[in-house]
Design a protein around this ligand. Structure first.
Ligand code: SF4
Length: 192
């Protein structure tokens, strides 16, 4: 995975009706909103907890560590940007403490709308926050659920560790790539 060069994927514009969303309070103390990235019509929807910054402190485009690790895994397993859409449980990144349960539940309304509109063929949840929110089970954990398929909210769903977990604990990389391979193979079989 060492020679791969990550890039900033196109940002999916925020729907006009949601640009001023103030439902959960994060508009006051969160990052700017990021609705999604990649191909908005992609067959595989990746769900993360919240968006990392797309700009550095000077305001220049920036590919964060989460995006670098995610894109490397996609590249290694033969998936392309056109195959993938990345979105988030929270469309803003919290900066201060907040009511996690209530905020996630509130912003999930937007994810449900995206699912209804986009109808992805595969959902790939990365990290415990995304898994617990999407599975609607606060006890759900990646380590218990990874490596097999689940049918959640009517979607064929796989899970894997969060890319940041891989950066902190490189010994998890083999499991991470194994889960990406499972998703890539299922997708290729759907096309065959
Ligand atoms: S995080 Fe979600 S619910 Fe909260 S203000 Fe942003 S879009 Fe609205």
């Amino acid at each position: 995975m060492d020679n791969f060069c990550a890039s900033l994927w196109p940002e999916d514009p925020i729907p006009h009706s949601q640009k001023d969303c103030r439902e959960c309070g994060l508009f006051e103390h969160g990052s700017r909103m990021v609705w999604g990235e990649g191909n908005p019509d992609a067959p595989i929807m990746i769900i993360l907890d919240n968006p990392g910054a797309r700009e550095n402190r000077e305001g220049n485009p920036f590919v964060c560590g989460t995006r670098q690790t995610l894109q490397k895994a996609a590249n290694v397993t033969g998936l392309e940007v056109k195959d993938l859409y990345v979105t988030f449980i929270l469309k803003r990144r919290p900066i201060r403490t907040y009511d996690k349960e209530k905020t996630r539940e509130t912003c999930m309304i937007h994810l449900k709308e995206q699912l209804t509109e986009k109808k992805p063929k595969i959902i790939f949840c990365l990290g415990n926050v995304a898994v617990q929110s999407f599975f609607q089970n606060p006890e759900a954990e990646v380590k218990m659920l990874r490596g097999s398929w689940h049918h959640i909210n009517g979607f064929k769903t796989a899970v894997a560790y969060h890319p940041l977990a891989i950066r902190r604990r490189p010994n998890l990389e083999a499991l991470f790539l194994s889960d990406w391979r499972m998703v890539a193979e299922a997708f290729k079989n759907m096309k065959a």
